[in-house]
Design a protein around this ligand. Structure first.
Ligand SMILES: N[C@@H](CCC(=O)N[C@@H](CS)C(=O)NCC(=O)O)C(=O)O
Length: 210
């Protein structure tokens, strides 16, 4: 059976849990990271030398890096027929999905992480207001790109959920749940509402921030 290590409030773990549910996989999740420890043990570090979550073991195949895991699971377990939207079979369609996943990891995550850590995990007296505002503005600038991309389509790569939406979908919940000023971005808001109607998104991602 697929085994997934990682605490359920980690955004990177949520990506793996959500895609696994969308793919209909049976899995066992082991709490790890932060208050659960585990990542400090030699046994865990033999699997993931970064001492971070998530890590998976899929019938003996061990993998870390959340976006790589999402790609691997979708490539392996999507039905590869017309019922599959998660893993585009067309090379160019898949490249576009890949692009959004890399964009999420390389560009979008940084600003969001700074805002999240400041407001959720840093005591008020230790917060850097100027850095917080700079990070918030960075998120807004990048989200205007998404707002444009969503014009006339329901998800990042068209009208169906693909792997592109998994990392960004996990992240956008945080942005909407944070106590920050947000400009009107109607396409993005509709996208978030659309994701919020999906049962596995509700179950795994739509959690109070902690
Ligand atoms: N690039 C890695 C980042 C992994 C990462 O930073 N994980 C965080 C949780 S989101 C972590 O393990 N933090 C330490 C901990 O939870 O103990 C990935 O996407 O998997």
């Amino acid at each position: 059976m697929l085994k997934i290590w990682g605490r359920a409030n980690s955004i990177n773990v949520q990506k793996v849990l959500w895609v696994s549910e969308e793919l209909g996989l049976f899995f066992e999740r082991v709490d790890a990271g932060m208050q659960f420890g585990v990542v400090d043990t030699p046994e865990y570090q033999a699997l993931n030398p970064n001492a971070l979550v998530p890590t998976i073991d899929d019938h003996g195949f061990v993998l870390w890096e959340s976006n790589a895991i999402v790609r691997y699971l979708a490539a392996k377990y999507s039905p590869h027929d017309a019922t599959n939207s998660l893993w585009p079979e067309d090379l160019q369609a898949r490249a576009l999905a890949d692009r959004w996943m890399d964009w999420q990891q390389m560009l979008w995550t940084k600003g969001l992480r700074d805002v999240f850590w400041t407001l959720v995990r840093t005591p008020p007296e230790q917060r850097d207001a100027a850095a917080l505002e700079a990070a918030r503005l960075r998120t807004v600038t990048l989200l205007k790109i998404v707002e444009n991309a969503l014009l006339g389509q329901e998800y990042l790569c068209g009208d169906e959920l693909t792997v592109a939406d998994i990392p960004f979908g996990c992240a956008i919940h945080r942005w909407f749940a944070l106590d920050i000023e947000r400009p009107a971005l109607p396409m993005l808001e509709a996208y978030y509402q659309r994701l919020s109607t999906r049962p596995y998104y509700q179950e795994i991602v739509l959690q109070p921030l902690s």
